[in-house]
Ligand binder design. Structure first.
Ligand SMILES: [Zn+2]
Length: 405
């Protein structure tokens, strides 16, 4: 049974009424950003914020996560809601009056809004406990920024925290630019890319720059590898299932007239399907090794998997679209045309459980979404007003899915 208009309007109004408290928590989190898997100050704030709600709270063993289970009045399935908790090694330059007090660390990706928003969603749900048949798992996750925190929480059992496997999972990401404040954007299928890292070493033999024929110069080979990888991208992969390879770092040598022993390349690889994600490492290694072999040299390829492709489940995106439009009006939802080449470790959750990951616009009021500073910028500012839409949508998704039984 789908949620009726009255319930949805009440959720939106309650989230609006909660906004001062939600924003205050967000500002407190923003002042003490932490990076990685160990976030003691952030975890403390989460535990304090949840203390007056009747929840079953546990904390992580290998990371400072918080898992809270909200039990409805009657038995039923389990739904999971997730908020990531970590900041970035960025020196804040926003001028906000709640600016970071931790030198060199900033909530530059808006995860402070994710934490505060998930607490607010918990309040909306706790106030409706009598109407809930089932459980909601609240997943407060450290280490999204490259530390695989979601995978670690899955290994520690978050998907089964209520005593049974969650039947659906939802998450929100706020955007400081690109989307108007409070507007939700999403698409079914691939929503975000997989992100891998490659380190290539071309092994040559050093010598005098005036006599390259007596050495084995790895520098022109490295240059050929850079171009050969771009030819690989366009000649070996489906243009409608794209691959991005960017060699962001190239390093060799010490001086103009000394041929170095080795040359190094670091690249990021983005893919948008599981099949292509699986195919890239072997083909990339083949190109690199054979270009080196053509010049009588060898190369080693250290290919490191990052996050998998984030794939939204179409029926869950339909649910999010329907609920958002009912609550916020037609203009409150945008169907994203293309996937985003960034990556996200909620992908691990969506590999195990059907669900949806949605973006919520948090462009500061009065700023042009097309011109505002983007996530990860030292100048990225996130509008507190996004803390109405985010929690209301999360709570609505949980209630609507649980009402299905
Ligand atoms: Zn983020």
């Amino acid at each position: 049974m789908a949620l009726d208009d009255r319930t949805l309007t009440a959720l939106r109004d309650d989230a609006t009424r909660e906004l001062p408290r939600t924003a205050a928590l967000r500002h407190a989190l923003h002042r003490v950003p932490e990076t990685g898997l160990d976030l003691p100050a952030t975890q403390r704030l989460v535990l304090d914020a949840l203390a007056d709600l009747d929840l079953e709270v546990t904390t992580g063993r290998s990371l400072s996560s918080v898992t809270a289970v909200l039990r409805g009045a009657r038995p039923g399935p389990t739904v999971l809601l997730r908020g990531d908790m970590d900041g970035l090694p960025v020196t804040e330059d926003t001028g906000e009056d709640f600016t970071s007090q931790h030198a060199g660390v900033m909530h530059a990706c808006g995860h402070d809004l994710h934490v505060a928003g998930l607490v607010a969603a918990a309040r909306l749900l706790a106030a409706r406990r009598d109407e809930i048949a089932g459980s909601v798992v609240l997943m407060f996750q450290p280490g999204e920024e490259g530390h695989h925190g979601a995978r670690l929480m899955i290994e520690e059992g978050v998907l089964d925290a209520s005593g049974e496997r969650a039947v659906a999972a939802y998450g929100v990401h706020v955007m400081s630019a690109g989307i108007p404040t409070g507007v939700v954007a999403c698409r079914p299928g691939t929503f975000m890319a997989a992100s891998d890292t490659v380190r290539v070493t071309v092994h040559g033999r050093g010598g005098h720059g005036s006599k390259p024929y007596l050495a084995a110069d790895p520098v022109p080979v490295a240059a050929e590898v850079v171009l050969a990888l771009q030819a690989m991208v366009t000649r070996q992969f489906d243009v409608f299932d794209p691959v991005v390879v960017t060699v962001g770092r190239i390093a060799a040598g010490t001086k103009d007239n000394v041929i170095p022993d080795d040359a190094h390349l670091d690249a990021t690889v983005r893919t948008f399907s599981e099949a292509t994600h699986a195919a890239v490492p072997e083909r990339l290694a083949r190109v690199v090794e054979h270009v080196a072999a053509a010049h009588g040299m060898t190369a080693t390829v250290d290919y490191r998997r990052g996050y998998p492709v984030t794939v939204n489940h179409a029926p869950e995106v339909d649910r999010a679209r329907r609920l958002t439009r009912q609550m916020m009006g037609e203009a409150g939802w945008v169907d994203a045309r293309d996937p985003v080449p960034g990556a996200e470790d909620f992908s691990y959750v969506l590999q195990e459980v059907p669900g949806a990951f949605v973006f919520v616009g948090a462009t500061p009021p009065g700023e042009d979404p097309a011109a505002a500073a983007y996530n990860h910028s030292p100048r990225a500012r996130f509008a507190d007003e996004a803390l109405v839409t985010g929690p209301a949508v999360l709570a609505a998704l949980a209630l609507d899915r649980l009402a299905e039984g």
